[in-house]
Design a protein around this ligand. Structure first.
Ligand SMILES: NC(=O)c1ccc[n+]([C@@H]2O[C@H](COP(=O)([O-])OP(=O)(O)OC[C@H]3O[C@@H](n4cnc5c(N)ncnc54)[C@H](OP(=O)(O)O)[C@@H]3O)[C@@H](O)[C@H]2O)c1
Length: 277
């Protein structure tokens, strides 16, 4: 292996990557990096207009981006999106399941005990994260099975290793995503093709819209006690920035990780390694 061969592994020319929740903070960052590495990227979201904020960065190429409607909880919209993407770019090579998140009403606190968490909020969080990962894997995974190759990347969380306080549904759903990642990796390799790989990343703490209400005070912008506790338990002493996911994401999507399937990679500044003592 020399430098040219190594960099060639990260040339995504003529490869098509679909990103669910691609208009979001982390999915959007991945979309821009993949376009920068020459991929054809389909940014799929339930509100495609949210992706407008990425247009300047995506327009710089050298890859191509398209923005397509797809709700991860409505399989018929995913099938329609698959048709649109395939007709524009050809077969889908990779799927990133970046749609996901939590909900304030599924979070315990002084005004809401665990016993009073509303069913609707619990279902929202379970469905978005769990079914919202499984169903795109069914739609796009079927096409990969027919082609005999493909890569799927799921987004788990620190909560999957040990649950954080206050967010039981999100923690359980993310543990489910890690478990499902292993299950699907084995299933597709055994039943369809050893050239279909399924992995996940488990980001640590990145300040985004879905967790800002827990980590910072909306009035002052100062860290909450929870935010300070997280920093104190992150050996690197800070939140992550979305760009810091990219090395692992590109590695897992590329042939550089050809013999890697069924793993969940923490990207967490050491949070999951630290006992607190
Ligand atoms: N930020 C972190 O520190 C962190 C840590 C660990 C794991 N994660 C995970 O990383 C993933 C991305 O998180 P993020 O921080 O980038 O969140 P984000 O900015 O909220 O992005 C999520 C995107 O998914 C979209 N979405 C929501 N429901 C959808 C649906 N039914 N169908 C299609 N798209 C839908 C959202 O649209 P709307 O804005 O319209 O809802 C949003 O554009 C999530 O799975 C999250 O749990 C994040």
């Amino acid at each position: 292996m020399d430098l040219e061969e190594l960099t060639g592994l990260y040339d995504f020319s003529n490869r098509t990557v679909v990103i669910t929740g691609g208009a979001g903070v982390l999915g959007g960052e991945m979309a821009c990096a993949l376009v920068g590495c020459c991929a054809n990227v389909a940014i799929m979201d339930r509100d495609p207009s949210l992706a407008d904020r990425l247009l300047d960065r995506l327009g710089c190429g050298p890859g191509c981006a398209t923005i397509v409607y797809g709700d991860v909880l409505k399989p018929e919209t995913l099938s329609q999106a698959l048709e649109v993407i395939t007709s524009e770019f050809g077969p889908v090579d990779a799927l990133i399941n970046a749609a996901g998140g939590n909900h304030p009403n599924a979070t315990t606190g002084p005004d809401r005990s665990f016993f009073d968490l509303p069913e609707g909020a619990l279902r929202f969080v379970f469905d978005l994260n769990m079914l919202g990962t499984i169903m795109p894997c069914q739609v796009f995974g079927r096409a990969m099975a027919e082609n005999g190759s493909g890569v799927i990347l799921n987004i788990s969380s620190m909560n999957a290793f040990r649950p954080l306080t206050r967010i039981p549904a999100y923690s359980a759903a993310k543990a489910g995503i890690s478990n499902f990642t292993q299950w699907l990796a084995v299933h597709v390799a055994q039943e369809y093709s050893p050239h279909i790989r399924v992995n996940a990343i488990a980001p640590g703490f990145f300040l985004t819209e879905q967790n800002r209400y827990l980590l910072t005070d909306p009035g002052t912008g100062e860290l909450t006690e929870r935010g300070r506790t997280i920093i104190a338990h992150t050996p690197m002493g800070r939140f992550g920035i979305p760009e810091e996911l990219l090395g692992t994401v590109l590695w897992l999507l590329s042939p550089a990780s050809e013999f890697v399937t069924g793993i969940v990679v923490p990207i967490d500044g050491g949070f999951s390694a630290f006992s607190g003592v």
